[in-house]
Design a protein around this ligand. Structure first.
Ligand SMILES: [Zn+2]
Length: 140
């Protein structure tokens, strides 16, 4: 059983296959995406093959952690009881500097402050002893 932080009440993501590798770096507070060693293309979500050249070769390359808000949703009605104390919260879709899009919860930023194109940066929430979750907050 996962040793979840007593302060963290939300469900944890499944960490299997390539997702486990992604979260292993998150645990170290490093945001990394797969980068094809054949053509240099970045990709996210984690998957075995490059969509640009078909290569199965890649490295986990470090992201700048910076991007801009492409879109977002603010949740006010919890769909699961675990989220009762979390609402309202925002989930942002971010265009990362590397060219991939990433979804994560917003942290330390009021939902009213969100704007399309707003610069954000990744931060990590230590949710349990074995996992930290990427979040985004307004840059600067
Ligand atoms: Zn490639």
């Amino acid at each position: 059983m996962a040793s979840q932080s007593p302060q963290y009440k939300l469900p944890l993501p499944a960490r299997i296959g390539l997702a486990a590798e992604f979260y292993r770096y998150c645990k170290e507070h490093e945001l990394r995406f797969q980068r094809c060693t054949g053509c240099g293309a970045w990709r996210h979500l984690p998957r075995p093959m490059c969509g640009e050249c078909g290569s199965f070769d890649y490295q986990w390359a470090r992201s700048s952690g910076r991007g801009t808000v492409y879109s977002w949703i603010t949740v006010v009605q919890p769909l699961l009881p675990a989220f009762n104390d979390a609402v309202p919260y925002s989930v942002v879709l971010v265009d990362m500097e590397e060219g991939v899009r990433m979804v994560a919860m917003l942290q330390d930023t009021a939902p009213e402050a969100l704007r399309i194109g707003m610069p954000v940066e990744v931060v990590f929430e230590d949710a349990a002893a074995e996992i930290a979750l990427p979040r985004f907050k307004k840059s600067g």
